[in-house]
Design a protein around this ligand. Structure first.
Ligand code: FO1
Length: 326
């Protein structure tokens, strides 16, 4: 019986995570354990984007995954909860508080509960496991580590900015010159992450921004090495399609940080060359396939644009169906 581990950032990553979960839920997890081909799915989420506001700990990428997997996510934004109200947020504004990061009332409940559990001494892994179970999600969602790691964006215009200040407050308009992952040097692989990787048969890097969403995960000491030492093939799904990011500033960052003239599936593949074995690219980028193969990847060319849940599950099925060739 096989185990799948997926690395994911925010909205783009959550789409494939949902595809994997939905596909496995309908074809595998509903069967008696002995009849399953795939036993477990573990999603490892980025926590470099986390922040504290109004005394509560907010984990945007974990929450995007949590709400997406629980069927609660706002389909328009991809983050937050569908149909949420903003009465608390409006009242905070009335008090004259700076409110640049929108927090819904129901979303606040997650942050309050998480903060209460953290203050009671639980680790983020345990807290996330409890939230996942309480929302009835049938796979594992793990933070990349229990320690605080914060993505700091070094911009040309404003110097260093904490991630959400760059991403939300300034709407990712500034030119990114560099990144650092504050606290990463003190982070450690949790037992849960270590065990999931040790038992993995396939590792999927979801179509998340490599620099902003995947690098923080790989910045946890031993993460990159442990993943590559695993016998499971690592398969990267390109977040760049037809030279554009499906969402967010990935294309602009590939140009400013990666020194690429244009963002492309090939440029993404170069970032993972020598570490990952498989690469999934969109049919629009078919012309990059040969060059990606020349970097040493086994490739899968398909439609990677995920609109509805059936699209997401279809991509998951194709990746899983192809896995022996990676
Ligand atoms: N993104 C925005 O663009 N504007 C927001 O006000 C905002 C609020 C927010 C609140 C909770 C949450 O879990 C996510 C939120 N996001 C918001 C999304 C978040 O900034 C990004 O999805 C990730 O951090 C990037 O992956």
């Amino acid at each position: 019986m096989k185990n799948i581990v997926a690395l994911a950032g925010g909205v783009g990553g959550a789409k494939l995570a949902l595809g994997l979960y939905h596909h496995l839920q309908t074809t595998q997890f509903s069967k008696p354990a002995a009849e399953r081909k795939i036993k477990d799915l573990t999603i490892i989420g980025n926590t470099g984007d986390d922040l504290e506001l109004f005394g509560v700990r907010i984990c945007p990428d974990l929450d995007t995954l949590l709400y997406t997997l629980a069927g609660l996510a706002n389909p328009v934004t991809g983050w937050g909860i569908e149909g949420d109200t903003f009465a608390t947020f409006e009242m905070l504004k009335r008090y004259g508080e700076e409110c640049w990061f929108q927090l819904g009332d129901r979303d606040f409940a997650t942050h309050l509960l998480r903060t209460q559990m953290l203050r009671a001494g639980k680790g983020l892994t345990e807290v996330t496991t409890q939230l996942t179970e309480k929302l009835g999600i049938g796979c594992r969602l793990l933070p990349m580590c229990d320690e605080d790691v914060r993505t700091i964006v070094q911009t040309a215009e404003s110097g260093e900015l904490p991630f959400q200040e760059y991403f939300v407050r300034r709407q990712a308009r500034e030119t990114v010159r560099g990144l650092r992952f504050e606290g990463a040097e003190n982070a450690t692989l949790s037992n849960a992450v270590r065990q999931a990787i040790a038992e993995a048969d396939l590792i999927v890097v979801c179509p998340s921004n490599p620099y902003l969403s995947i690098w923080p995960i790989l910045a946890v000491p031993q993460m990159k090495e442990t993943l590559s030492a695993s016998e499971a093939p690592i398969v990267v799904v390109s977040p760049i399609v037809g030279g554009m990011a499906l969402k967010g500033p990935a294309a602009a960052i590939m140009r400013s940080l990666g020194g690429e003239e244009t963002a492309s599936a090939l440029a993404v593949a170069r970032l993972y060359a020598g570490w990952a074995q498989g690469f999934v690219l969109d049919q629009q980028d078919r012309e990059d396939e040969e060059a990606i193969r020349a970097l040493g990847f086994k490739t899968l060319v398909t439609n990677t644009i995920m609109k509805g849940t059936p699209d997401k599950a279809r991509l998951a099925l194709e990746i899983l169906g192809h896995y022996k060739t990676f």
